[in-house]
Design a protein around this ligand. Structure first.
Ligand code: 13P
Length: 252
Protein backbone atom coordinates (compact mmCIF):
# COMPACT_ATOMS: atom_id res chain seq x y z
CA UNK A 1 0.00 0.00 0.00
CA UNK A 2 1.31 3.41 -0.97
CA UNK A 3 0.74 6.16 1.59
CA UNK A 4 -0.96 9.18 -0.01
CA UNK A 5 1.02 12.40 -0.13
CA UNK A 6 -0.65 15.80 -0.44
CA UNK A 7 1.72 18.67 -1.13
CA UNK A 8 0.95 22.37 -1.37
CA UNK A 9 3.09 24.28 -3.83
CA UNK A 10 2.75 27.85 -2.66
CA UNK A 11 4.76 29.18 -5.61
CA UNK A 12 5.56 32.92 -5.15
CA UNK A 13 2.75 33.51 -2.64
CA UNK A 14 2.66 34.29 1.10
CA UNK A 15 4.79 36.57 3.23
CA UNK A 16 6.48 35.17 6.33
CA UNK A 17 3.62 36.36 8.55
CA UNK A 18 0.99 34.79 6.30
CA UNK A 19 2.90 31.50 6.12
CA UNK A 20 3.39 31.27 9.89
CA UNK A 21 -0.27 32.08 10.49
CA UNK A 22 -1.20 29.28 8.08
CA UNK A 23 0.97 26.76 9.93
CA UNK A 24 -0.40 27.94 13.28
CA UNK A 25 -3.94 27.42 11.99
CA UNK A 26 -3.42 23.89 10.69
CA UNK A 27 -0.82 22.30 12.97
CA UNK A 28 -3.21 20.83 15.54
CA UNK A 29 -5.74 19.78 12.91
CA UNK A 30 -3.53 17.84 10.51
CA UNK A 31 -4.08 14.10 10.23
CA UNK A 32 -1.32 11.76 11.42
CA UNK A 33 1.58 10.95 9.10
CA UNK A 34 0.59 7.35 9.72
CA UNK A 35 -2.20 7.89 7.18
CA UNK A 36 -1.07 10.70 4.88
CA UNK A 37 2.03 12.81 4.26
CA UNK A 38 1.21 16.54 4.36
CA UNK A 39 3.78 18.91 2.85
CA UNK A 40 3.98 22.61 2.07
CA UNK A 41 6.61 23.96 -0.34
CA UNK A 42 7.37 27.62 0.27
CA UNK A 43 9.70 30.38 -0.87
CA UNK A 44 13.29 29.92 0.32
CA UNK A 45 13.66 32.82 2.79
CA UNK A 46 10.93 31.47 5.10
CA UNK A 47 11.81 27.77 4.98
CA UNK A 48 13.81 27.85 8.23
CA UNK A 49 10.98 29.55 10.10
CA UNK A 50 8.51 27.00 8.79
CA UNK A 51 10.77 24.07 9.76
CA UNK A 52 11.01 25.46 13.30
CA UNK A 53 7.23 25.69 13.59
CA UNK A 54 6.16 22.58 11.70
CA UNK A 55 4.08 20.35 13.91
CA UNK A 56 4.51 16.56 14.07
CA UNK A 57 2.37 16.03 10.98
CA UNK A 58 3.65 18.68 8.60
CA UNK A 59 6.73 18.51 6.37
CA UNK A 60 8.39 21.43 4.64
CA UNK A 61 9.67 21.53 1.08
CA UNK A 62 11.59 23.90 -1.19
CA UNK A 63 10.44 24.67 -4.73
CA UNK A 64 13.80 24.43 -6.46
CA UNK A 65 17.55 24.07 -5.83
CA UNK A 66 20.80 24.15 -7.78
CA UNK A 67 22.62 20.96 -8.74
CA UNK A 68 26.01 22.12 -7.43
CA UNK A 69 27.11 22.39 -3.80
CA UNK A 70 28.22 26.02 -4.05
CA UNK A 71 29.57 28.56 -6.49
CA UNK A 72 29.08 31.90 -8.18
CA UNK A 73 25.38 31.42 -9.04
CA UNK A 74 23.64 34.57 -7.89
CA UNK A 75 20.13 34.00 -6.66
CA UNK A 76 20.32 30.22 -6.46
CA UNK A 77 19.78 27.93 -3.45
CA UNK A 78 21.97 24.94 -2.64
CA UNK A 79 21.06 21.46 -1.45
CA UNK A 80 23.58 21.60 1.45
CA UNK A 81 21.79 24.70 2.74
CA UNK A 82 18.35 23.09 2.45
CA UNK A 83 19.62 20.03 4.32
CA UNK A 84 21.27 22.24 6.91
CA UNK A 85 18.05 24.07 7.77
CA UNK A 86 15.99 20.89 8.03
CA UNK A 87 13.98 21.01 4.83
CA UNK A 88 12.77 17.56 3.85
CA UNK A 89 11.30 17.81 0.35
CA UNK A 90 12.21 19.70 -2.80
CA UNK A 91 10.15 20.15 -5.96
CA UNK A 92 12.31 19.48 -9.01
CA UNK A 93 11.45 20.30 -12.61
CA UNK A 94 8.14 22.08 -12.13
CA UNK A 95 6.75 23.10 -15.52
CA UNK A 96 6.99 26.78 -14.53
CA UNK A 97 10.73 26.33 -13.97
CA UNK A 98 11.05 24.43 -17.23
CA UNK A 99 9.14 27.14 -19.11
CA UNK A 100 10.30 30.40 -17.47
CA UNK A 101 13.77 29.46 -16.27
CA UNK A 102 14.81 27.21 -19.14
CA UNK A 103 15.30 24.10 -17.02
CA UNK A 104 16.26 21.16 -19.15
CA UNK A 105 15.86 17.47 -18.43
CA UNK A 106 19.67 17.31 -18.18
CA UNK A 107 19.72 19.89 -15.38
CA UNK A 108 16.74 18.24 -13.69
CA UNK A 109 18.56 14.90 -13.73
CA UNK A 110 21.58 16.52 -12.05
CA UNK A 111 19.29 18.13 -9.46
CA UNK A 112 17.76 14.76 -8.60
CA UNK A 113 21.19 13.23 -8.02
CA UNK A 114 22.14 16.24 -5.91
CA UNK A 115 18.96 16.05 -3.82
CA UNK A 116 19.67 12.41 -2.95
CA UNK A 117 23.28 13.27 -2.07
CA UNK A 118 21.89 15.54 0.65
CA UNK A 119 19.05 13.35 1.85
CA UNK A 120 16.33 15.55 0.36
CA UNK A 121 13.17 13.91 -0.99
CA UNK A 122 12.48 15.11 -4.52
CA UNK A 123 9.04 15.70 -5.95
CA UNK A 124 9.77 15.37 -9.66
CA UNK A 125 7.25 17.06 -11.96
CA UNK A 126 6.48 15.92 -15.50
CA UNK A 127 3.62 16.77 -17.83
CA UNK A 128 2.65 17.74 -21.34
CA UNK A 129 1.41 20.91 -23.01
CA UNK A 130 -2.01 21.16 -24.63
CA UNK A 131 -0.36 20.87 -28.03
CA UNK A 132 1.21 17.53 -27.11
CA UNK A 133 -2.05 16.26 -25.58
CA UNK A 134 -4.02 17.20 -28.68
CA UNK A 135 -1.50 15.49 -30.95
CA UNK A 136 -1.99 12.30 -28.90
CA UNK A 137 1.67 12.29 -27.93
CA UNK A 138 1.22 12.51 -24.16
CA UNK A 139 2.48 9.07 -23.22
CA UNK A 140 5.52 9.31 -25.41
CA UNK A 141 6.29 12.81 -24.14
CA UNK A 142 6.11 11.91 -20.45
CA UNK A 143 8.03 8.66 -21.06
CA UNK A 144 10.86 10.69 -22.52
CA UNK A 145 10.83 13.11 -19.58
CA UNK A 146 10.86 10.29 -17.01
CA UNK A 147 13.67 8.43 -18.80
CA UNK A 148 15.87 11.51 -19.07
CA UNK A 149 15.13 12.83 -15.58
CA UNK A 150 15.74 9.55 -13.74
CA UNK A 151 18.91 8.62 -15.63
CA UNK A 152 21.51 6.94 -13.42
CA UNK A 153 19.39 6.86 -10.26
CA UNK A 154 19.36 3.66 -8.20
CA UNK A 155 16.31 1.54 -7.48
CA UNK A 156 16.06 2.58 -3.83
CA UNK A 157 16.28 6.23 -4.80
CA UNK A 158 13.52 5.92 -7.35
CA UNK A 159 11.32 4.04 -4.86
CA UNK A 160 11.63 6.93 -2.42
CA UNK A 161 11.06 9.83 -4.79
CA UNK A 162 7.66 11.28 -5.50
CA UNK A 163 6.56 11.83 -9.08
CA UNK A 164 3.99 14.48 -9.91
CA UNK A 165 2.11 14.34 -13.18
CA UNK A 166 1.01 17.88 -13.96
CA UNK A 167 -0.47 18.49 -17.41
CA UNK A 168 0.57 22.07 -18.16
CA UNK A 169 -2.83 22.94 -19.60
CA UNK A 170 -4.48 22.08 -16.28
CA UNK A 171 -2.26 24.27 -14.08
CA UNK A 172 -4.00 27.35 -12.72
CA UNK A 173 -6.59 27.19 -15.46
CA UNK A 174 -9.48 25.60 -13.59
CA UNK A 175 -9.33 22.80 -16.17
CA UNK A 176 -8.64 19.54 -14.36
CA UNK A 177 -7.81 16.45 -16.32
CA UNK A 178 -10.69 14.05 -15.75
CA UNK A 179 -9.83 11.48 -13.13
CA UNK A 180 -9.82 8.79 -15.85
CA UNK A 181 -7.47 10.82 -18.02
CA UNK A 182 -5.12 11.58 -15.13
CA UNK A 183 -5.15 7.99 -13.94
CA UNK A 184 -4.49 6.68 -17.41
CA UNK A 185 -1.38 8.85 -17.85
CA UNK A 186 -0.18 8.09 -14.33
CA UNK A 187 -0.58 4.38 -15.07
CA UNK A 188 1.52 4.90 -18.20
CA UNK A 189 4.18 6.68 -16.10
CA UNK A 190 4.18 3.77 -13.64
CA UNK A 191 4.66 1.53 -16.68
CA UNK A 192 7.77 3.51 -17.64
CA UNK A 193 9.15 3.10 -14.11
CA UNK A 194 8.41 -0.63 -14.39
CA UNK A 195 10.32 -0.87 -17.68
CA UNK A 196 13.28 0.96 -16.17
CA UNK A 197 13.34 -0.35 -12.59
CA UNK A 198 11.06 -3.38 -12.38
CA UNK A 199 7.68 -4.20 -10.87
CA UNK A 200 8.53 -3.73 -7.20
CA UNK A 201 9.80 -0.19 -7.74
CA UNK A 202 6.83 0.69 -9.96
CA UNK A 203 4.46 -0.49 -7.25
CA UNK A 204 6.30 1.41 -4.53
CA UNK A 205 6.74 4.81 -6.17
CA UNK A 206 4.13 7.41 -5.32
CA UNK A 207 2.72 9.42 -8.20
CA UNK A 208 0.69 12.55 -7.58
CA UNK A 209 -1.62 14.40 -9.90
CA UNK A 210 -1.43 18.19 -10.11
CA UNK A 211 -3.44 20.81 -11.98
CA UNK A 212 -6.46 22.66 -10.58
CA UNK A 213 -6.95 20.18 -7.74
CA UNK A 214 -9.55 21.46 -5.26
CA UNK A 215 -11.40 20.07 -2.25
CA UNK A 216 -14.31 19.46 -4.63
CA UNK A 217 -12.47 17.21 -7.09
CA UNK A 218 -9.71 15.56 -5.06
CA UNK A 219 -11.81 12.63 -3.82
CA UNK A 220 -12.61 11.51 -7.33
CA UNK A 221 -8.96 11.77 -8.36
CA UNK A 222 -7.76 9.79 -5.33
CA UNK A 223 -10.42 7.12 -5.82
CA UNK A 224 -8.57 5.88 -8.93
CA UNK A 225 -6.15 2.96 -8.99
CA UNK A 226 -2.88 4.80 -9.53
CA UNK A 227 -3.15 8.36 -8.21
CA UNK A 228 -1.38 8.49 -4.85
CA UNK A 229 -1.82 12.11 -3.94
CA UNK A 230 -1.88 15.64 -5.25
CA UNK A 231 0.45 18.56 -5.83
CA UNK A 232 -1.72 21.60 -5.34
CA UNK A 233 -1.14 25.26 -6.13
CA UNK A 234 -4.02 27.71 -5.63
CA UNK A 235 -6.18 25.54 -3.38
CA UNK A 236 -3.29 24.92 -0.97
CA UNK A 237 -3.04 28.57 0.06
CA UNK A 238 -6.07 28.63 2.32
CA UNK A 239 -5.77 26.65 5.59
CA UNK A 240 -9.29 25.20 5.52
CA UNK A 241 -8.92 24.18 1.90
CA UNK A 242 -5.52 22.59 2.58
CA UNK A 243 -6.99 20.64 5.50
CA UNK A 244 -9.83 19.40 3.30
CA UNK A 245 -7.27 18.22 0.74
CA UNK A 246 -5.12 16.30 3.24
CA UNK A 247 -8.19 14.81 4.88
CA UNK A 248 -9.24 13.49 1.49
CA UNK A 249 -5.84 11.77 1.43
CA UNK A 250 -6.64 9.93 4.66
CA UNK A 251 -9.66 8.31 3.06
CA UNK A 252 -7.85 7.20 -0.11
P1 13P B 1 -2.91 24.78 -9.43
O1 13P B 1 -3.37 23.79 -8.38
O2 13P B 1 -3.02 26.21 -8.99
O3 13P B 1 -3.52 24.51 -10.77
O4 13P B 1 -1.32 24.54 -9.61
C1 13P B 1 -0.87 23.26 -9.84
C2 13P B 1 0.60 23.25 -9.69
O5 13P B 1 1.32 23.77 -10.52
C3 13P B 1 1.17 22.62 -8.49
O6 13P B 1 2.55 22.47 -8.59
Amino acid sequence: MRKPIIAGNWKMFKTRDEALQFVYNINMKLPSTEFVDSVVCAQSPILRDLVKRQGDNLRIGAQNMHYLDSGAYTGEVSAPLLENIGVEYVIIGHSERRAYFNETDGAINKKLHQAFRYGLKPILCVGESLEVREANDTNEFVRNQVELDLKGLGTEQVKSLVLAYEPIWAIGTGKTATSEMANETIKAIRGVVKDLYGKETAEAIRIQYGGSVKPGNIKELLATSDIDGALVGGASLDPESFLALVNAGVKK
